[in-house]
Design a protein around this ligand. Sequence first.
Ligand code: HEC
Ligand code: HEC
Ligand code: HEC
Ligand code: HEC
Ligand code: HEC
Length: 214
Amino acid sequence: MLGIFALAGAGYAGTMLLGITDPITLNPGYQPEQPVPFSHKIHAGELKMDCRYCHVNVDKGAMATIPPTATCINCHSPLGADGVAKYSAVHASSEKLRAVHESWESQESVPWVKIHRLPDFVFFNHSAHVNRGVSCVSCHGRIDTMEKVYQDKPLSMAWCIECHSNPDASIRPVEYITKLDWEPPEGKTREEIGAELREQLGIHPKTNCAVCHR
Ligand code: HEC
Ligand code: HEC
Ligand code: HEC
Ligand code: HEC
Ligand code: HEC
């Protein structure tokens, strides 16, 4: 009997070890090649475009969404046969924009490679976070300085629960959620501001299993 238990125990430990080292989520640094060399450093950093111009659903629902080609075409319209662009034509004949222009013509989406991915058994919702003052930077790092996006945080269960247990340092006024370099005003710490907002708005992230596993 003891032998069987020992074997089952080892099997269980082995499975858990495989599970928790599952590379799908626990891989900070994952930085796949994208079909277009799109730079957040240029668009969100230097041009100061708000994240919500492209990730339109991030404060409305579960998914942030990747922008459709039409969003890029607002500024990167291809030149027509007459050599004139329909909309703004920044870098209209750039080789780097070829896949965008092809997608616009064929009406097939650009095949962006997904970077952050939770297992299907985890429930996650963007709007529940950003509308409570949790900034993108807490979970994605300084995207506005990234030439090419990579996963900055582990997205593990322990990581989620760490913040849910002690969220004060990660709560800021909602108007600054997309200002990734936000600093608290002189004389106050992040924790103090977070604690005030948490009291005022009754923010109380939960840690019971059913919150994330429904
Ligand atoms: C001009 C449009 C645009 C703006 C503005 C923009 N993004 Fe993106 N974002 C994209 C596109 C296109 C992708 C997919 C390609 C890639 O990963 O680079 C993407 C990908 C991402 C991803 C990775 C998604 C995945 O696959 O897991 C994150 C996270 C992200 N953006 C966050 C932000 C944040 C935070 C801001 C604001 C600081 C921002 N983005 C501003 C267009 C934009
Ligand atoms: C609000 C206008 C605007 C939107 C919308 C926009 N861009 Fe841009 N993009 C620019 C500007 C301006 C530059 C040039 C910056 C520079 O050269 O310094 C640029 C540069 C680029 C470049 C580099 C081109 C080169 O040859 O150097 C790529 C690639 C690019 N954008 C892709 C995209 C994609 C993909 C989208 C949609 C997800 C997008 N852009 C949406 C304004 C925009
Ligand atoms: C509390 C952590 C957290 C915050 C805050 C957060 N994200 Fe995410 N984001 C995630 C996780 C986790 C995923 C992967 C979701 C999945 O696989 O279901 C993700 C995925 C994404 C994606 C890929 C598309 C999608 O919806 O799955 C984009 C784009 C994105 N986030 C942009 C943003 C932007 C922009 C902000 C700020 C306005 C933001 N995120 C704030 C954790 C966060
Ligand atoms: C940086 C802090 C932070 C991180 C990291 C974080 N959360 Fe949250 N989460 C919050 C806050 C703050 C709330 C809002 C609680 C409230 O409204 O009372 C919240 C709310 C939620 C809710 C809604 C709960 C409800 O009451 O309905 C879910 C679900 C959730 N988080 C899941 C996750 C998952 C899954 C992860 C990891 C992938 C995660 N969170 C990571 C801070 C965080
Ligand atoms: C704040 C969100 C959150 C809460 C609360 C939470 N989990 Fe999780 N859980 C996650 C995430 C995210 C993952 C996926 C991590 C990964 O990809 O490795 C996960 C994974 C798991 C797994 C799979 C383990 C693995 O390594 O694959 C089990 C089992 C689990 N959770 C059980 C629980 C139990 C039991 C509770 C209550 C005590 C709980 N979870 C509470 C977010 C949460």
